[in-house]
Ligand binder design. Structure first.
Ligand code: MN
Ligand code: MN
Length: 286
């Protein structure tokens, strides 16, 4: 699996073998339908990461003390199915070494192969404006519009839910999908609704997939299919902190730099830091 790219995520100064967290870019937007450009996101998110201090005072830690590595970007010029195979291979290398993968998309179709690298014994939380539950889209089972459905194929229905949804199509089998819609979250509060959804999952390690369009376009305008009435960045911070030590992997997908004013990449970089900080803190408090 070829890897390229000299740019590294800020403070990712450790070698692979000594790291607990490994960042990998998956710059693919092969099935994006409305506005493409997510293939540029691994670069802009890494650039944005240089914006922050290593210290995260609310967590009481500094990134200069966290062993993490940036493996660069996966590289694949093939069609979507080859891309999926390449992402699975890249993720498997990290998961089999007992490390925590942090995947920077790319479009949402990079998520199922990362989940596949873990196998069926994890649960998955997806933050997304869209249900992504189509059996196939435009003839492609690996379309980004099918990401949630493909994850459910791997971990089983009932071991995955989507949070922040406000776009569902009649072409989707939405009765069999588990999701919390954004209107309900606004009505009852993020913490209450997330707690309720989380209590329906089995006690398994959790993989978190953040489709950046789950957040309101006011905060995250740089994405391919923006939807109003989204979550706030603070909602997502609460979700990450609630999952804490149960987290075993993370991706942030669907950031589209050509439509960004810069803030979306900055937000994505900040969430990567949040996930690593929260997990590291949990690991070291036992
Ligand atoms: Mn999605
Ligand atoms: Mn989406």
């Amino acid at each position: 699996m070829p890897i390229r790219g000299p740019l590294r995520f800020a403070d990712a100064n450790s070698e692979f073998t000594e790291s607990h967290f490994v960042v990998i870019g998956a710059p693919f937007d092969k099935t994006t339908t409305f506005r493409s450009g997510t293939r540029f996101a691994p670069t802009t998110i890494r650039e944005a990461s240089a914006n922050f201090e290593p210290e995260m005072f609310e967590h009481g830690l500094s990134f200069s003390d966290i062993p993490f590595h940036d493996s660069g970007d996966l590289f694949d010029e093939g069609a979507v199915d080859e891309m999926v195979a390449s992402v699975e291979e890249g993720a498997r290398r990290i998961v089999e070494a007992g490390k925590f993968p942090v995947v920077i998309g790319g479009e949402h179709s990079v998520t199922p192969p990362v989940v596949q690298a873990f196998g069926k014994d994890i649960a998955v939380v997806i933050i997304d404006a869209h249900l992504d539950y189509r059996e196939e889209y435009q003839g492609l089972r690996n379309s980004h519009a099918c990401a949630h459905r493909r994850v459910a194929d791997i971990v089983g229905e009932g071991n995955v839910f989507a949070f922040g949804v406000r776009s569902v199509s009649n072409e989707e089998d939405y009765d069999s999908a588990v999701y919390v819609d954004a209107f309900r979250i606004h009505e009852h509060g993020c913490e209450e609704e997330f707690e309720r959804a989380l209590s329906c999952l089995k006690e398994r390690p959790i993989y978190l997939s953040l489709d950046i369009d789950g957040i309101d376009p006011a905060f995250a305008p740089g994405t391919g299919t923006p939807e109003p009435f989204g979550l706030t960045p603070f909602d997502v911070k609460r979700v990450i902190n609630r999952l804490g030590g149960r987290l075993v992997g993370f991706d942030v997908v669907e950031v589209s730099p050509p439509y960004d004013n810069g803030n979306t990449s900055i937000l994505a970089a900040r969430f990567i830091k949040e996930v690593i900080a929260v997990k590291w803190k949990a690991m070291n408090s036992k």
